[in-house]
Design a protein around this ligand. Structure first.
Ligand code: NDP
Length: 342
């Protein structure tokens, strides 16, 4: 059995979802309540592969909210993740993806040191960040959606916002070695980590976001921002492809400009309907088929019976492992989300 540990994007989102899912006692509560709420299994999932194989899974809502980080409720945030992991393990889930901020909190607050959660000794090999598949899918979106817009990668400048992150650095490594992208712009706040990435890649220009945006044909957004930024369409190149892989989204702006295309990053579409209700509440356009690539990673590992933390730690995703999970992704019927024809 596979599992997904998820969370909602804001307190307001959580309140409306609680109402929809039939938990009215959660719906009118503020952040304090969510800080003390225990994890819950809120969905049973059945997925059939393109090969015909069928697997079962569970969705674990951790009750973490990004506002907990913004208001420095770190203890609450870390307990949410550890409790959700213990809950998944207690329910016999073999391989569970740590969605969105779950893996970021795990790494940033070094939760590896808290193995014992009450009577459960966490077996970390039962968990995966899902970031290898996410990075692979985002790279496929760069390669395929650029073609849809007539952007030639060999002449294109690609900016990666969150370049030094786990997903961002993997995207940079792939674009560097598997494509002929003309120019890479590297964006994050910590200059030293940017410099090390640049050294590792042997290329790339380190830039501030405002400086990079007017130069980029494609922007990959994979920064761990609890709240999105506003971008002026007139400050971008035309055409410009924005691939927003953040959860919550990195971009707050709704673009109306005909030459600015926004693609939900790190999202896959399955060839067959999935029996679940959870994707409805995270606003997927086709909730029966579309899902986060990190969640799909735990499905792929279950299909392939690989019960190990395929993606773990930080900045260790290799291009080889991306290619490997990419093969399984195609084999089991997942495709990267692309632009709708206009
Ligand atoms: P990491 O914590 O590993 O990396 C985050 C990166 O963002 C770092 O480079 C960090 O560098 C940078 N960053 C943070 N804040 C800012 C800022 N204000 N401006 C510029 N750069 C910033 O995160 P992950 O790679 O694990 O995840 C990245 C995003 O992807 C998150 O939003 C996450 O929720 C989402 N995600 C999406 C998935 C999907 O399936 N679609 C799956 C998993 C994650 P610095 O601190 O130096 O600025």
């Amino acid at each position: 059995m596979f599992g997904l540990i998820g969370h909602l994007t804001s307190l307001a989102h959580a309140q409306s979802v609680a109402r929809d899912l039939g938990y009215p006692e959660y719906a009118d509560q503020g952040l304090d309540f969510w800080c003390s709420a225990p994890p819950q299994i809120v969905d049973n999932i059945t997925v059939t592969s393109a090969t015909g194989q069928t697997i079962e899974g569970r969705y674990v809502e951790s009750c973490f909210l990004p506002e907990m980080l913004a208001s420095r409720r770190i203890k609450a945030a870390t307990r949410k993740i550890l409790n959700a992991m213990a809950h998944a393990q207690k329910h016999g889930i073999n391989i569970t993806a740590l969605g969105g901020f779950s893996s970021i909190i795990f790494e940033n607050f070094n939760l590896q040191q808290f193995e014992q959660v009450r009577n459960i000794k966490l077996e970390f090999e039962r968990f995966t960040t899902g970031n290898t598949h996410t990075a692979y899918i985002i790279c496929q979106q760069v390669e395929q959606a650029s073609k849809q817009l007539g952007i030639n990668l060999s002449k294109a400048t690609v900016a990666v916002c969150g370049a030094t992150g786990d997903i961002g650095s993997a995207v940079c490594r792939w674009l560097n070695s598997r494509t002929d992208v003309a120019e890479l712009l590297l964006i994050a706040r910590d200059r030293e980590r940017l410099r090390l990435l640049q050294e590792d890649l042997g290329r790339g220009k380190i830039m501030a976001l405002e400086e990079a945006l007017p130069q980029a044909d494609i922007v990959v957004w994979v920064a761990s921002m609890p709240k999105g930024v506003q971008v002026d369409a007139n400050s971008l190149k035309h055409p410009c492809l924005l691939i927003d892989g953040g959860y919550p989204k990195n971009l707050e702006t709704q673009f109306q400009h005909p030459e600015v295309s926004v693609l939900k990053g790190g999202i896959v579409e399955h060839t067959l309907d999935i029996d679940w209700r959870i994707m409805q509440i995270v606003s997927m356009d086709v909730p029966a088929r579309q899902l986060f690539a990190c969640f799909a990673e735990s499905m792929l590992l279950e299909f392939e019976k690989i019960y190990t933390n395929f993606s773990w730690g930080r900045n260790q995703i290799s291009v080889q492992k991306m290619a490997m999970i990419g093969e399984w992704s195609i084999k089991h019927g997942f495709q990267p989300l692309l632009l709708e024809p206009r």
